[in-house]
Design a protein around this ligand. Structure first.
Ligand SMILES: Cc1cc2nc3c(=O)[nH]c(=O)nc-3n(C[C@H](O)[C@H](O)[C@H](O)COP(=O)(O)O)c2cc1C
Length: 323
């Protein structure tokens, strides 16, 4: 798959996930071999007003031979373009993405995220403006539509193609569905059939089987993985190995999961410092331990700890107990 003039092979992409795909986790995902990774979404207004938190979201140092797509959200053309120009100048990403899929009430109430799907004319103006003012290839990430009576992903993808957008990611659910029900593969296929630019299928890819299903049902050019990587960065490595060589790598062992939890904690501390890293890491540690024997007790215990040494020793003791 080629986006802009960059080759993304195999076309396996890690989704933007606010609060999850931060800099420390992106480093781990890079180590697993992922070529294209998105930043967490960044507010265009926050960026224009110079918010520190927004800048932290943009941080990336490790690029290896990989690519970064920085995603912005907003509703106002002027702010979106100003923010995109700041990103282009100061961060020089490989791609810039506009979020047209976020369902969160606080985002859509301002006309941003999935709410932009309801305003195709305004969206067209924003995309035209971005193309006119920037050199970085622009991509968009959309949903199937606003609700079941307004499924207009094809219309939005065609606007994207017309305005020279480089690729469309489509999550096969409407805004109304948030993350419920199953993915609508049919609408992803319709989008794929309606444009020539690369179409990336997204939704419910959690293993090789579901990745193959996305390809088979939609004929998409690439796939994007979101929640499947929670506590499971190995998923990208397994998918890449499968699509490169048709080889099924073994699933991570219990020991590897616990060691990864510790490694991830260390990476987070290195980046944020202990005070910020520990609370941020609680959810990640829970995800690494999910489904392991007697893990509920260990997770509850870790959730009460603030001392890094104690968290690590609890994890190491648990690893011993499991043996
Ligand atoms: C916690 C969380 C945060 C997310 N943050 C973003 C975001 O910042 N930008 C975005 O476009 N999508 C965001 N998404 C949506 C995902 O990128 C993806 O489209 C969605 O989870 C469906 O894919 P999946 O079934 O593989 O998880 C988020 C999803 C979750 C669960």
């Amino acid at each position: 798959m080629i986006i802009g003039n960059k080759k993304i092979n195999p076309p396996i992409i890690v989704a933007p996930m606010a609060g999850i795909t931060d800099y420390p986790y992106r480093q781990i995902l890079r180590e697993m071999g992922v070529k294209l990774i998105y930043s967490e979404m960044v507010s265009s207004k926050g960026l224009v007003y110079d918010s520190e938190r927004t800048k932290e979201l943009l941080d990336y140092k490790i690029r290896d031979n990989g690519y970064i797509n920085i995603q912005i959200f907003g509703s106002d053309k002027e702010y979106i373009i100003k923010a995109a120009k700041i990103i282009e100048k100061d961060y020089k990403p490989d791609f810039l993405d506009l979020n047209i899929g976020c369902p969160a009430p606080k985002v859509v109430k301002n006309g941003s995220g999935a709410a932009l799907m309801k305003k195709p004319k305004i969206l067209e103006q924003i995309l035209k403006g971005l193309k006119k003012e920037l050199n970085t290839p622009i991509t968009i990430k959309i949903r199937s539509g606003w609700d079941k009576n307004h499924i207009n992903a094809v219309q939005i993808a065609q606007i994207a193609e017309k305005t020279k957008i480089s690729a469309v990611v489509i999550h096969g659910r409407s805004r109304e569905q948030f993350y419920s029900n199953t993915v609508n593969y049919e609408v992803i296929k319709e989008v794929k059939d309606s444009v020539k630019i690369p179409v990336i299928g997204n939704g419910d890819i959690v293993d090789i089987k579901s990745a193959l299903k996305m390809y088979e049902k939609t004929n998409c050019d690439g796939i994007m993985i979101g929640r499947g990587i929670k506590g499971n960065p190995w998923l990208v490595k397994r998918l890449i190995k499968y699509f490169d060589d048709r080889i099924y790598l073994p699933k991570p062992s219990v020991e590897q999961k616990i060691e990864m939890a510790v490694y991830h904690l260390e990476k987070a501390i290195e980046y944020y410092g202990k005070e910020i890293a520990v609370p941020k890491m609680r959810k990640h540690i829970s995800w690494y331990l999910k489904g392991l024997k007697n893990s509920t007790y260990v997770k509850d215990h870790i959730n009460k700890l603030n001392d890094v040494m104690k968290i690590k020793s609890t994890l190491y003791q648990y690893k011993k107990d499991l043996k």
